[in-house]
Design a protein around this ligand. Structure first.
Ligand code: AMP
Ligand code: MG
Length: 308
């Protein structure tokens, strides 16, 4: 059922107008920051024979074109790696479609269509990308505080200054302190963003790089918001060597055939790289202090709900 009256009322509300206005300024600020840092913005890929496997999402979202099967982008991870042949530092405002389980309808954090600020840097280490993420995050918050005073007042939102470096916690430490489902418990417990590092191989996709000195541990990270807003971004160093990628795909029980085209690129050589994907709607939710992510964009699609 599509509730047209409610939908129109929401579209005309001051709340959504101001939240989307803040979001537009965040995007502008991110573009300014990354351009100054030497990044080139590339256009998003919407359909491709390959996309992020994201094993949790059973629906593949396939489109048939001219008898070939394309998938709707779940993330541009592989395209980012391949795009580094052209530019050393790239970013993209990349729309992702992930058919989240309907139970996530009221999580406040999940949409089935959302946008990532997705970036990747040739020859970068995790350390460098953590540094970049911290500078980007503090810059965005400072710009919002400077340019969105009226909006923040409307939302009753007081944002502190977030000064890097942010604290770090390993995945194992997070489990020990907060249990298996640590994301929200950890996020509620901290008053500044915190990096989660060193995820075990089993809980991530095949493209995050395994630490050569610590088998089973990945050179990756998440940034967790304070105040219970949960995960802000995920990233890491990437596997880039053909044999390693093949091995990691097989370890996941995924058929090599499904990634044939990606493997062909890998066989010809990929750059070592690191990067992350930063959810724009979640960032807007955090900045405005909103309980529901659906209030951060027009045409928001919540899991399990029929929407425009
Ligand atoms: P991932 O690679 O799955 O960690 O996704 C990268 C980032 O995109 C996450 O850290 C979130 O900020 C954002 N994100 C992931 N899934 C969703 C979703 N269903 N709705 C809104 N934002 C999302
Ligand atoms: Mg993640």
């Amino acid at each position: 059922m599509f509730e047209l009256d409610q939908y129109l009322q929401d579209l005309k509300s001051e709340k959504i107008k101001l939240a989307v206005g803040v979001q537009a300024k965040i995007i502008q600020a991110a573009r300014d920051f990354l351009t100054k840092e030497g990044f080139t913005e590339i256009l998003p890929v919407i359909i491709s024979p390959i996309t992020d496997p994201l094993a949790d999402y059973r629906v593949r979202g396939e489109v048939e074109c001219y008898g070939f099967k394309y998938q709707i982008t779940k993330s541009m991870i592989f395209h980012k790696q391949i795009a580094l042949h052209t530019f050393p530092k790239i970013f993209c405002l990349s729309p992702n479609v992930r058919i989240e389980p309907a139970e996530r309808k009221n999580s406040g954090r999940h949409l089935i269509e959302f946008v990532q600020l997705d970036l990747e840097v040739r020859e970068a280490s995790r350390e460098e990308i953590i540094g970049l993420g911290e500078r980007l995050f503090s810059y965005l918050i400072a710009r919002v505080k400077d340019t969105c005073q009226e909006e923040l007042k409307f939302f009753g939102r007081q944002l502190p200054d977030f000064i890097p470096p942010f604290p770090r916690l390993s995945y194992q430490e997070a489990i020990t302190s907060y249990g298996e489902n640590f994301e929200l418990a950890l996020s509620r417990d901290v008053s500044q963003p915190v990096w989660l590092v060193d995820f075990p191989l089993e809980v991530r996709e095949f493209y995050d790089r395994e630490d050569a000195g610590r088998p089973g541990v990945l050179v990756d990270m998440d940034l967790i918001y304070p105040e219970g807003f949960g995960e802000a971004l995920s990233g890491g160093e990437r596997e880039y060597q053909y044999e390693r990628i093949k091995e990691r795909i097989q370890k996941k029980g995924i058929s090599l055939e499904a990634y044939d085209l990606y493997l062909k690129f890998a066989a010809r050589g990929l750059y070592p790289s690191a990067g992350f994907g930063f959810g724009i709607e979640r960032l807007t939710r955090f900045v405005c202090g909103l309980s529901d992510i659906a209030e951060t964009r027009l045409f928001a699609k919540k899991p399990g709900v029929y929407s425009l």
